[in-house]
Write a protein that binds this ligand. Structure first.
Ligand SMILES: [Zn+2]
Length: 84
């Protein structure tokens, strides 16, 4: 393996620890709930889920779980959000 690739791998490891470098702007996913599997998506800041709870409440456990998993990658400027 040449040295430039090794350098890129080291950089990727460091980047992977710094999640606020990434802003997820759209997303397609399948979510395995306890009983069924749902398609969950994010487009231009709007979440959508196939489950019944989402259709009546506009939010659901699948979306909230994904928000926890992705955390700071969901906003472009997490520092501004956290500032007091
Ligand atoms: Zn859902």
């Amino acid at each position: 393996m040449n040295s430039s690739i090794i350098g890129k791998i080291d950089k990727a490891r460091r980047y992977a620890e710094e999640k606020d470098r990434v802003a997820i702007t759209s997303l397609r996913s399948t979510f395995k709930g306890d009983h069924n599997q749902y398609d969950v998506s994010l487009d231009a800041g709007n979440w959508n889920c196939q489950c019944h709870f989402f259709s009546t409440r506009g939010v659901c456990s699948h979306i909230m779980a994904l928000q926890r998993i992705l955390e700071e990658m969901l906003t472009t400027q997490p520092e501004a959000v956290q500032a007091t």
